[in-house]
Design a protein around this ligand. Structure first.
Ligand code: F6R
Length: 242
């Protein structure tokens, strides 16, 4: 794992955006694995800005997102479809029909998990997967568990994740209790992984991921076994590293 330390959130976002931009410049037909949440917002702003300035072209890019809440439609403002549309897709020239997310409205979970894993496989895996980190060490919505999930699955969100994500909803009660997520095995199909981490409240999680034992209790720790991982963290998030 390579660790790049940025002074603050903005610098973290810019450095990470440069890595994504380099990927798209070097391979215009890249498959990008994308994440939602607060951490990547600054990255998406930089990518949109560089596109507007003519420095980036997404016309050949395909994107595939990590996860989606179960039961939410793309029109729902809390859905990850809506998040991606608002924060990235509507701001750059990604062709319609070339961005993929799980279908939160599909109640046939077995069929949906199979379909989405097949999407990833038909794309040949991700060239670069962007990941945020949960306070409990989750990546995607792979919550601490007794084993690493191999494939796309429907997951019960942990109380800690519901608590952390309630800021996007009117109350904790409205946060969906389940989500479709790429499994750890799905994520590891990415040839390169970019993990972004910001803030002191993530410091313990980052330490466990980077310096702890590899364990499904800290799902992100599996990244220690991937051959090409870059972590871009702001200084606050590195507070607990030895
Ligand atoms: C989002 C995702 C999650 C988040 C994580 C951190 O698609 O898969 O793993 O990356 O919960 O979220 P933030 O960035 O909001 O702290």
């Amino acid at each position: 794992m390579e660790l790049i330390i940025a002074e603050n959130y903005d610098e973290m976002s810019r450095k990470a955006a440069h890595i994504l931009a380099a990927q798209v410049t070097l391979k215009p037909a890249s498959v990008l694995g994308l994440a939602t949440g607060s951490t990547p917002l600054g990255i998406y702003e930089y990518l949109a800005e560089w596109y507007r300035e003519g420095d980036l072209d997404f016309s050949q890019v395909t994107t595939v997102n990590l996860d989606e809440y179960y039961g939410l439609s793309p029109e729902n403002e809390q859905s990850y479809h809506y998040f991606m549309e608002t924060n990235l897709f509507s701001k750059v020239n990604l062709p319609a029909g070339k961005h993929y997310l799980p279908d939160g409205k599909n109640t046939d979970s077995q069929a949906e998990c199979r379909r989405y894993e097949d999407v990833v496989d038909s794309l040949g895996g991700m060239d670069l997967q962007l990941l945020g980190l949960g306070h409990n060490g989750h990546i995607g919505f792979n919550e601490p568990a007794s084993c690493f999930e191999k494939e796309v699955h429907l997951v019960n969100l942990s109380g800690q994740t519901i608590e952390a994500n309630k800021r996007f909803f009117a109350s904790a009660d409205e946060v969906p209790k389940q989500a479709y997520t790429m499994g750890i095995g799905t994520i590891l199909k990415a040839r390169k992984i970019l993990l972004v981490v910001s803030g002191e409240q993530k410091a313990q999680a980052l330490r466990s991921v980077v310096q702890g034992k590899v364990s499904p209790q800290v799902p992100g720790s599996i990244l220690q076994f991937h051959p090409d991982v870059v972590v871009v963290a702001d200084r606050a998030a590195t507070a607990a590293l030895e």
